[in-house]
Design a protein around this ligand. Structure first.
Ligand code: SAM
Length: 240
């Protein structure tokens, strides 16, 4: 798929890199902390006996400090939960996922440093689209994703077929087609998000959790301010 091969955040640590231009997204990740902590607490308290290991993943990790932000919260929460229940630390497998053109060189260096600071954690990267299978069946305890699920698998077919861009620079044409464009993108989002949920439902263990956050708009006006309508979505596999 063309978008998977060509579109990516700026890698490295230069002035225009994602690593140095993602503090807003990081603030959003920090808002997910209580949800991730709650998901871990529920997961561990729901198990009849403490599992021996857990698998956690961030889907659409990008590179730079944000790549590790959500999994760090999860690992700290697991460690805290073990400590409180006087259990030895669980082994945790941390996976970071993004599209193949992501700066995985940088991600892997961050993972090595992370692993050095966290004994009983092993790490890995999973390159590929989260609109396809990434993990084996029933193997994942917690999947997180921040600021990524608004990236669709493709532009809506009906718009591509009619050569209608998402944003026409001619304001008159743009306004005339606004309903059509918004409707097509909304349908594409629904289709992609449903697929994403179906895939993760296969990959999560029974009772596994999915915590996602993405920006949305309440208004149909493209220039209107972003809101975080989907900020607090936590999905428990046993209830879907
Ligand atoms: C804005 S960045 C968010 C990075 C990080 N999660 C954060 O909150 O700062 C969106 C990331 O999603 C990734 N992405 C987009 N579509 C994807 C897909 N289908 N599968 C995996 N990753 C995807 C992009 O490559 C990009 O790195």
């Amino acid at each position: 798929m063309a978008s998977e091969q060509t579109v990516h955040m700026n890698g490295g640590q230069g002035d225009t890199s994602y690593a140095r231009n993602s503090s807003l997204q990081n603030a959003d990740q920090n808002r997910m902390r209580p949800l991730i902590e709650e998901a871990i607490a529920d997961l561990l308290s729901a198990s009849a006996s403490m599992p021996r290991s857990m698998v956690v993943a961030d889907l659409g990790c990008s590179s730079g400090p944000n790549a590790l932000a959500l999994v760090s919260i999860a690992v700290d929460a697991i460690r805290g939960q073990c400590f409180r229940s006087r259990q030895p630390p669980l082994e945790v497998c941390v996976f970071l996922n993004d599209l193949p053109d992501n700066d995985f060189n940088m991600v892997m260096k961050s993972l090595v440093a992370f692993q050095q600071g966290h004994r009983s954690v092993v790490t890995g990267v999973i390159p590929g689209s989260f609109y396809g299978r990434l993990f084996t069946t029933g193997s994942l305890h917690l999947a997180c994703s921040a600021n990524s699920l608004h990236w669709l698998s493709e532009a809506p077919e009906e718009l591509r077929r009619n050569k209608i861009p998402a944003y026409d620079i001619d304001e008159h044409v743009r306004r005339g087609r606004r309903r059509v464009v918004i409707g097509a993108y909304a349908r594409q989002f629904r289709k992609d998000f449903k697929l994403f949920l179906e895939l993760r439902a296969k990959e999560l263990v029974a009772g596994g959790r999915l915590v996602v956050s993405l920006a949305g708009r309440r208004s149909e006006e493209p220039a209107a301010e972003f809101t975080h309508a989907w900020e607090s979505v936590v999905i428990n596999k046993s209830k879907v």
